[in-house]
Design a protein around this ligand. Structure first.
Ligand code: IPD
Ligand code: CA
Ligand code: CA
Length: 267
């Protein structure tokens, strides 16, 4: 595991340098859909990370938001590769923030083996914050151990959420959850990076997070960081989370039941 950890940290560090450099330059933006942006930096960053991983682990799979699923050095492969160790990369989580010069953006990398996330790293080089976790060994922020908040009730909590890009027709539905939680808590934030949302719950800055329709690269690393920090992650019915699924409820554990009760009323 040590060589994998080293590769993860090297990739996060290299990715962070590219993100930071790109943040200071004029941005070249393309649209994947009407509000879903992508910049040259997203792709350059994913390529640089893939290169580091490929060189060290030529037989591992790489799943990245911009390039899809690949076996090192070959063309995209299908489900037959699923049993191989896999790296799951979101080169920039928070691309819209990045494109607007808002410093809430990060590189997110997870390592999956035998169907489980074993390592996760989220690095926001614009705030110099590196979150890391190893399965069974806890989570850290810049090398210091982190844990979730001790808030026990919704009325003392601060939550966060996000909205999927393609969700305009469903927006009134999503806003029902937003409205209910806003009235029952200290408030609901919308930061624009699911990976950062999960890490902020992990270190106790926020107490709970929910979102529809996330992709595995948005949450794979943050999932392990929050779990290792003592958090709970489920779907909207309280079932164990499937990180390849489309519903995510994440919390400090203590307010999880109360969050589920609010969500259930609107499903
Ligand atoms: C997005 C962010 C955002 C979430 C979106 C994601 P991107 O990822 O995580 O917080 O609300 O659903 O797609 O596009 O910045 O990598
Ligand atoms: Ca993302
Ligand atoms: Ca992204």
């Amino acid at each position: 595991m040590n060589s994998i950890k080293q590769a993860l940290e090297e990739a996060l560090c290299r990715g962070g340098a590219i993100l930071k450099n790109g943040f200071e330059q004029p941005k070249s933006i393309r649209y994947k859909s009407s509000a879903n942006l992508v910049t040259k930096t997203d792709r350059a960053l994913e390529l640089a990370i893939a290169k580091i991983i490929r060189k060290k682990f030529p037989h591992h799979m790489i799943l990245g938001e911009e390039m899809g699923l690949r076996q090192a050095g070959k063309s995209p492969v299908g489900a037959q590769g699923a049993a191989q160790p896999k790296w799951i990369i979101d080169p920039i989580d928070g691309t819209t923030n990045f494109a607007h010069g808002l410093p809430l953006a990060c590189v997110s990398i997870a390592f999956e083996s035998e169907g489980e996330i074993k390592l996760g790293g989220v690095f926001n080089p614009l705030m110099n914050e590196l979150f890391l976790a190893e399965k069974g060994r806890g989570a850290t922020l810049n090398g210091k151990s982190i844990c979730v908040s001790s808030v026990k009730t919704l009325k003392e909590s601060l939550l966060v959420t996000g909205f999927p890009y393609g969700g305009k027709t469903k927006m009134p539905y999503y806003l029902r959850f937003f409205e209910s939680f806003t009235f029952k808590t200290h408030g609901v934030r919308r930061l624009g990076s699911a990976a950062i949302d999960l890490c902020y719950v992990a270190c106790g800055r926020l107490d709970g997070f929910w979102e529809f329709n996330l992709n595995v690269w948005d949450i794979a690393a943050g999932y392990l960081i929050l779990k290792e920090a003592g958090g709970r992650l489920t779907d909207f019915h309280g079932n164990p989370i499937n990180i390849y699924g489309k519903e995510l409820l994440a919390s400090n554990n203590r307010i999880h039941g109360s969050m589920l009760n609010v969500i259930r009323k609107h499903l």
